[in-house]
Write a protein that binds this ligand. Structure first.
Ligand code: UD1
Length: 364
């Protein structure tokens, strides 16, 4: 008999793809075959997926973006994707189908529903994304990355946490070297896509740090492609050693070696921070659905692991002061790092694996 097959559907942003990667890694380790159904955007984040994962690109479409022609074409693209997914699923015979949210999950999740396959969705945020909301009433299980999660009446969720990639897990609780009079690193991340506001405000804030801190600073700064050059030039002109990239493939290492993270508050960024345990200054994305990034940041803020600054309040001088307050006080930085660690859920992947396996058991 061939190994059981798990189909994972995820797409769009790294925020959906990284928890999917974590489940893929864990199920492969249990001898399962894993297929990933994603779109062209999601495929950009598959570089770290194990090679054994079979990647199937689906055409995806959304009613939320694009011009009139794209919106008129969307139902046909989606319907075509669903029909094709039904035929592929009849051929592949998956044991379980798990969706992580995003428009590209529509074909696989619809096909699984039509064919009555065991299904689960994982929602990373405390509010269901649009597509997960549609499927929440049609799947066998709803796994929640954030607890509590707002769910429609009659839908029960299971608290799981947000699974992190193996490379993050390998650094879980990595010893923290508190800031001092030696080279210190700051990691600046704007979620999977970079954030212009961080490119506008962080470089001058770093440049304005008191000289005792500034002379020891190096920065790893993720910037959107269109901002790369000016951000790199700014740091170079100010004599601040900086690595400026559109996307870092070595975040697990950079994060475990840094003294401070300045970041958006996407669910996986928060999960990575709390599993590794690092002090953070978080700037939630103001346009996120139901302001879920502010909610994502709340636990780290309430336990003293992070400071959250609303986009509207992010100013160069005050950010500089906040960075200096953390990097200038080793005890404070150390206790923030400990507090972050206490929020971590390194067992989220294993919980999600257990739920996946439960779905293969015959109902009593
Ligand atoms: C703008 C937006 O709508 N963002 C949403 C998106 O976030 P987004 O796609 O930004 O994702 P997250 O913050 O959840 O995750 C980003 C992941 O990318 C990694 N990383 C980041 C930068 C880099 O250079 N290299 C790298 O590896 C981070 O370590 C993290 O693991 O999905 C998340 C999960 O549904 C939501 O919580 C966010 O609100």
């Amino acid at each position: 008999m061939s190994d059981p097959l798990l189909i994972i559907a995820a797409g769009g942003t790294g925020g959906h793809m990284f928890p999917a990667q974590a489940l893929a890694e864990a199920m492969l380790a249990r001898g399962w075959r894993v297929k990933l159904s994603t779109d062209v955007r999601g495929a950009r984040y598959t570089g770290g997926f194990p090679h054994a994962v079979e990647i199937e690109q689906v055409g995806s479409a959304t009613f939320a973006r694009g011009g009139l022609v794209a919106k008129l074409r969307a139902p046909f693209t989606i319907a075509g994707g669903v029909v094709s997914a039904v035929f592929k699923m009849l051929r592949d015979k998956p044991s379980v189908v798990v969706g992580f949210g995003g428009y590209p999950t529509i074909p696989a999740m619809s096909a699984a529903w039509i064919l009555r396959k065991p299904t689960m969705i994982h929602e990373q945020n405390g509010v269901l994304g649009r597509v997960n909301k549609i499927f929440s009433k049609r799947v066998n299980k709803v796994a929640c990355g954030t607890w509590p999660t707002e769910l429609p009446a009659g839908v029960e969720g299971v608290p799981v946490g947000n699974p992190v990639r193996n490379a993050i897990l390998e650094r879980a609780g990595a010893g923290y070297i508190a800031p001092g009079d030696y080279p210190m690193s700051i990691l600046v991340m704007g979620g999977s896509q970079g954030a212009r506001i961080l490119s506008d405000i962080v470089p001058p804030a770093v440049s304005g740090l008191p000289s005792a801190i500034r002379r020891n600073i190096r920065v790893s700064h993720q910037a959107r492609a269109e901002d790369l050059e000016r951000v790199a030039k700014y740091y170079a002109d100010e004599g601040i050693p900086a690595d400026v990239q559109p996307f870092f493939n070595d975040v697990p290492t950079l994060m475990s070696e840094c003294q401070l993270v300045v970041s958006r508050a996407g669910a996986s960024s928060i999960a990575d921070l709390s599993v590794i345990g690092r002090p953070a200054i978080l700037v939630p994305y103001a346009m996120a659905l139901s302001d879920h990034q502010t909610a994502n940041a709340r636990q780290l803020v309430e336990t003293g692991a992070a400071i959250a600054i609303a986009e509207a309040d992010l100013q160069v001088d005050s950010l500089s002061t906040q960075i200096a307050d953390i990097l200038g006080d080793a005890n404070k930085a150390q206790s923030m790092s400990q507090a972050a660690l206490a929020c971590g859920k390194p067992d989220a992947t294993e919980t999600l694996v257990a739920l996946t396996l439960e779905l293969t058991q015959p109902k009593p």
